[in-house]
Design a protein around this ligand. Structure first.
Ligand code: SF4
Ligand code: SF4
Length: 202
């Protein structure tokens, strides 16, 4: 006995086609009517990049390596982000800050090379969570399309924010994180102030 899985099955017919059916005119008219009916419907697509969709506040896009309030790079090349990355998308090389470079790098150690492979990245945000220096954040920017695979490996030239074009990352900051930063002693993202710490000790 044949089992009927759905009620959408159609029994094939051997009926001889009429003249109009053989001309395919009714089928063509029917098809054209469907096409024309779509001309007056609201299109679900957007003319990107002129038009952009509004993203959710939690959207995670292209990373930024932040500078501190004085313009020095926050990243101290500790490697925590690379260890946390499940896609193994982050690589870096460390260097030691030289005398006179205090304005460029916030700490004694910094990343001479920092790369993210955007083809490997799954935009999970774990690098951001792992960073103890609030140096790396994901933003609402979209990673550009490229023709070459190698162009998807973003170096410091694309990742470090421009000194005169800062990127606001507070949009994705949750209330809990904002409150946490107000607790004295947890402000690891401010400049190291040895004198202030010495005062606290005495
Ligand atoms: S967002 Fe996730 S996958 Fe992408 S670099 Fe960061 S940790 Fe790796
Ligand atoms: S971005 Fe943050 S976690 Fe990654 S190496 Fe720099 S300081 Fe460390």
């Amino acid at each position: 006995m044949a089992i009927q899985l759905t009620n959408r099955s159609v029994v094939a017919s051997n009926k001889v086609q009429s003249f109009s059916e053989r001309m395919y005119l009714p089928a063509i008219v029917k098809g054209m009517m469907i096409t024309f009916s779509h001309l007056f419907k609201k299109t679900p697509t957007l003319k990107y990049p002129e038009q952009k969709r509004q993203y959710a506040p939690v959207y995670r896009g292209q990373h930024v390596l932040k500078r501190d309030e004085n313009g020095a790079e926050r990243c101290t090349s500790c490697g925590m982000c690379a260890v946390a990355c499940p896609a193994e998308a982050i690589t870096m090389e460390s260097g030691e800050r030289k005398k006179g470079e205090e304005g460029l790098y916030r700490e004694e150690k910094y990343a001479t090379k920092y790369e993210i492979n955007m083809l490997r990245c799954i935009f999970c945000g774990l690098c951001e969570e792992a960073c103890p220096k609030e140096a790396i954040f994901l933003t609402d920017r979209i990673v550009d399309t490229e023709y070459e695979r190698g162009d998807f490996i973003y170096g410091k030239d694309k990742l470090v924010e421009k000194i005169d074009k800062r990127i606001d990352v507070s949009i994705r900051e949750t209330l809990e994180v904002a409150e946490f930063k107000k607790i004295p002693g947890t402000k690891h993202n401010t400049m190291y102030d040895g004198k202030a710490i010495d005062k606290k000790k005495h």
